[in-house]
Design a protein around this ligand. Structure first.
Ligand code: PLP
Length: 353
């Protein structure tokens, strides 16, 4: 039996609302670049990923020496835990990831702290971290995702800087910005140089190419970078993904920017549509700034999922997230046509069909 619980794996014939991604879908240009990059598979990638790091650094205006290539943002957590070996992994929950399992595997203690919850939203109160005992924070790693999966909450840059200022010199904060480019990049910490800060980014989310497995991290902590480099495998990202991202960022930066910008606008519009329509069905929809929403419903899983699947829709049962239960679903924001279908199907389910 698998220890991992993620979205995806929708039954055939259903629309998959369970795996969060860019609602625009993969762009024609990205797919063309991908096809042109296939030939790269006849050689090994550069184990130092010099060209790719330079392309990323130039596009995002960050230092290439402080950038490390990842097999998707998800790879970072395993590498960071193995490299940093925190005394405690302090995690803002509920959130995405296999961190409980990875920490257990490495013998690292997890300290969950909670987002504040109201009937409208999950918010981040910096004091839940800042007021932890000093001994618990020393030598620890604080992990959070921004915007957060599954709640969709976006913490402001100002608030995160307040937390960063309270991180002891022996500790780090990891801000997983896998969805930031589809949310509000003005709240990003990417590029900020502080030895206590690590920022993660994902191309797979932004490009709607989750199978490509490519992302990066940025940190000005040289010692941590050295350790991360030591624990990663030499070719942690394949040559096709390496070539594709280099080609895209170097040759098509404007097209990439415009595609992400359009995706961001579509995400806002469609999330608004879904939120309003589901609230009309008396469901609780938490305020989100991500390409997904968290919904609370009276009817619980697996009964709800059974009805939804019968009518061609599949959502993420959110009960495996820490502090949530079978009355929560995470729903990806998709196209208007798909979103309408989701609303109709929820109407049927909540009316007891
Ligand atoms: C917050 C967050 N980080 C990372 C990931 C994984 O991203 P990647 O596909 O780049 O590994 C996800 C996937 O849903 C996510 O929600």
């Amino acid at each position: 039996m698998s220890l991992r619980k993620h979205g995806g794996g929708a039954p055939a014939g259903t629309i998959d609302f369970s795996a969060p991604r860019n609602p625009l879908g993969a762009s024609r240009i990205a797919l063309k670049i991908l096809r042109e990059s296939m030939e790269a598979s006849t050689r090994y990638p550069d184990p130092e990923y010099r060209e790719l790091r330079t392309a990323i650094a130039s596009y995002y205006d960050i230092g290439s020496a402080e950038t490390m290539i990842l097999n998707g943002a998800a790879e970072a957590l395993t590498l960071l835990l193995a490299a940093f070996r925190p005394r405690n992994l302090i995690v803002l929950e509920p959130t995405f990831g296999d961190h409980w399992m990875t920490a257990e595997g490495l013998g690292i203690k997890v300290v969950p702290i909670l987002y504040s919850r109201s009937s409208e939203e999950f918010t981040l109160d910096p004091h839940v971290y800042l007021e932890l005992p000093a001994a618990q924070k020393a030598g620890s790693m604080l992990l959070l995702s921004n915007p957060n999966n599954p709640t969709g909450h976006l913490a402001s840059r100002k608030l995160l800087v307040q937390i960063l200022e309270g991180i002891p010199s022996t500790s780090v904060i990891v801000v997983d910005e896998a969805f930031m480019e589809l949310s509000d990049p003005s709240q990003s910490l990417l590029g900020m140089c502080d030895e206590r800060l690590v920022v993660l980014r994902s191309f797979t989310k932004t490009l709607a190419l989750p199978g490509l497995r490519v992302g990066f991290l940025h940190t000005c902590n040289d010692e941590l970078l050295r350790k991360l480099d030591a624990v990663r495998q030499p070719w942690n990202v394949n040559a096709i993904a390496e070539r594709m991202i280099v080609h895209m960022l170097n040759e098509y930066p404007r097209e990439y920017f415009e595609y992400v910008d359009e995706a961001m606008r579509m995400t806002d519009l469609e999330r608004g549509f879904l939120t309003e329509a589901l609230e009309e069905l008396d469901l609780t929809v938490y305020r989100s700034r991500a390409p997904f929403i968290l919904v609370h419903h009276e009817i619980s899983h697996p009964k709800l999922q059974g009805v939804l699947v019968k009518y061609g829709v599949y959502v993420r049962d959110a009960s495996s997230f820490y502090s949530l239960d079978a009355h929560y679903s995470r729903i990806s924001v998709l196209t208007r046509e798909d979103n309408r279908k989701l609303v109709e199907t929820f109407k049927r389910a909540t009316e007891g069909c």
